[in-house]
Design a protein around this ligand. Structure first.
Ligand SMILES: [Zn+2]
Length: 268
């Protein structure tokens, strides 16, 4: 009787009315399902045995595994295909801490689809472009570390789309001339700002393309005034930092390959 009722449940669920919930086969607990099947008369046991194997097969082959409570994910230098990140993201909707290695540089497209499933992020480290194209996922972010080129549109996105931001880390980034000023305009309650080894550039698109650039001077006075309310501002003193005093600076310092080598870049 119960088996028959369960078979009918899928059709019944379409016509569901009132407070009584009729659940489909897909919603049944696996152990309960097996309990029902075990009550089938012995003549049908062969059929049941086949069905059990089939259900086990379905459980592993179909996408019906339970979601994971994982709250942190660290992605290193190995890049998976986009659909694999989507698979991970569907099972980690509670993810709060996402770290993507700087070694991936500007490669962000493989994360684009997966980001749709992570809406509870609070602490993120990722490429600038991923942040810009998926900034709707960063509304709850409190701590943000970006790497790459912070152009004007990226600065506006940081200013407007992260209302809960308290800690911002822009380390070894190339920033447009107005980027930092724009960001600080929108974050009066920022507690920590790190701009170590970051530098100002005139042409962001060219810098993003080749990963290296000469810098121009910051508007120190303007930045100092706007950052006055920040509890901790971590930055370099140019004269005492080899990276900041170099003529050519990398916005992807951990990049591996020929683009990281200035002597090779000259022949591109
Ligand atoms: Zn430095």
């Amino acid at each position: 009787m119960r088996l028959k009722a369960a078979r009918l449940s899928r059709a019944a669920s379409r016509a569901e009315t009132g407070p009584t919930m009729v659940r489909s086969w897909d919603d049944l607990n696996y152990d309960i399902l097996m309990g029902i099947i075990n009550r089938v008369p012995w003549r049908c046991r062969l059929y049941v045995a086949c069905l059990r194997r089939y259900l086990c097969f379905l459980k592993h082959m179909l996408d019906i595994k339970a979601v994971d409570s994982c709250s942190a994910l660290c992605i290193g230098e190995t890049v998976l295909k986009a659909h694999k990140y989507v698979y991970i993201a569907k099972r980690t909707p509670s993810l709060q801490w996402l770290v993507i290695s700087e070694a991936l540089c500007y490669r962000y497209s493989c994360f684009m689809q997966a980001m749709r499933y992570w809406r509870k992020l609070k602490k993120v480290k990722c490429p600038v472009d991923l942040f810009v194209f998926r900034s709707v996922c960063f509304e709850k972010v409190e701590s943000l570390q970006l790497f790459g080129v912070v152009y004007d549109a990226a600065a506006i996105a940081i200013r407007d789309r992260c209302p809960r931001l308290r800690r911002l880390y822009l380390i070894s980034c190339a920033l447009s001339i107005t980027a930092l000023s724009t960001i600080l305009d929108g974050h009066k309650r920022l507690e920590v700002l790190a701009t170590r080894h970051s530098f100002c550039v005139r042409d962001c698109s060219k810098t993003a393309r080749i990963g290296i650039s000469q810098s121009v001077e910051w508007n120190e006075e303007e930045i100092r005034c706007k950052a006055a309310g920040i509890k901790l501002h971590l930055r370099c003193t140019k004269q005492h930092c080899p990276k900041c005093s170099a003529t050519w600076k990398h916005c992807y310092p951990k990049m591996k390959g020929r683009l990281a080598n200035y002597r090779c870049w000259r022949y591109i």
